[in-house]
Write a protein that binds this ligand. Structure first.
Ligand SMILES: Nc1nc2c(ncn2[C@@H]2O[C@H](COP(=O)(O)OP(=O)(O)OP(=O)(O)O)[C@@H](O)[C@H]2O)c(=O)[nH]1
Length: 209
């Protein structure tokens, strides 16, 4: 009988979730890693930073994703610059029912440009909560236009219904894989975090961004 072999991990990618408080970053992460959605009464604001690790197979190759969920609230953002270190991808999230969170994307892009010196980093803008279509404040077209202007990937999703979540991460990882200059550099550099499937409040690390 043939024995199945566990594929080797080809590379470890660090992906960040940033955006205003309450847009659904933690919910998107939970949906992606555990296919679960917490009701509003069970959610709480992220303090500092959390991350989850997920093994991810793409085109027969296995990658380890460390996905960092950063606090949207200003008062918890004391470690900001270190979040970006060693990241290959960043997901900028807004709530499509909140024009304010969409308009604040500029601040998040400014922060990214300030703290991340790696021009190759793959960016994706995500409009979350599309299950609340009747409360929409940001037309899809406007989100897509914004992304085009800033040369980022774009998707709308719902962490609640799971629509678009898997696709978002898949598109981002695909793009990272297609940009070897990003991850070759990082895997050759010491300090890439390697922690098994657990959620923990972490001290950000990794290589220089
Ligand atoms: N209807 C709906 N509600 C959502 C969705 N995603 C998140 N929520 C709700 O939005 C609220 C905020 O979600 P979080 O995931 O905690 O938001 P966050 O961006 O991580 O917030 P911070 O940790 O403060 O930065 C919670 O009440 C969630 O239940 C979604 O896709 N649809």
């Amino acid at each position: 009988m043939e024995r199945e072999t566990t594929p080797e991990i080809a590379s470890t990618f660090k992906i960040l979730l940033v955006g205003d408080s309450n847009v659904g970053k933690s919910s998107i992460l939970l949906r992606f890693t555990d296919d679960h959605f917490l009701p509003p009464e069970d959610t709480s604001a992220t303090i500092g930073v959390d991350f989850k690790v997920k093994l991810y197979d793409l085109g027969g190759t296995r990658y380890k994703l460390t996905i960092w969920d950063t606090a949207g609230q200003e008062r918890f953002r004391t470690l900001t610059s270190s979040y970006y270190r060693g990241a290959q991808g960043v997901i900028l999230v807004y709530d499509m029912c909140s024009r304010e969170s969409f308009e604040h994307l500029n601040n998040w892009i400014d922060e990214l440009n300030t703290y991340c010196s790696n021009d190759d980093i793959i960016k994706m803008v995500i409009g979350n909560k599309i299950d609340k279509e009747s409360e929409r404040q940001v037309p899809r077209k406007e989100g897509a236009e914004y992304a085009r202007k800033h040369q980022t990937l774009f998707l709308e999703c719902s962490a609640k219904t799971r629509i678009g979540v898997q696709q978002a991460v898949e598109e981002l990882v695909n793009k990272i894989v297609e940009t070897p200059s990003l991850w070759r550099k990082s895997t050759q550099t010491k300090g890439v975090i390697s922690i098994d499937n657990s959620v923990t409040s972490g001290i950000p690390g990794g290589c220089a961004c």
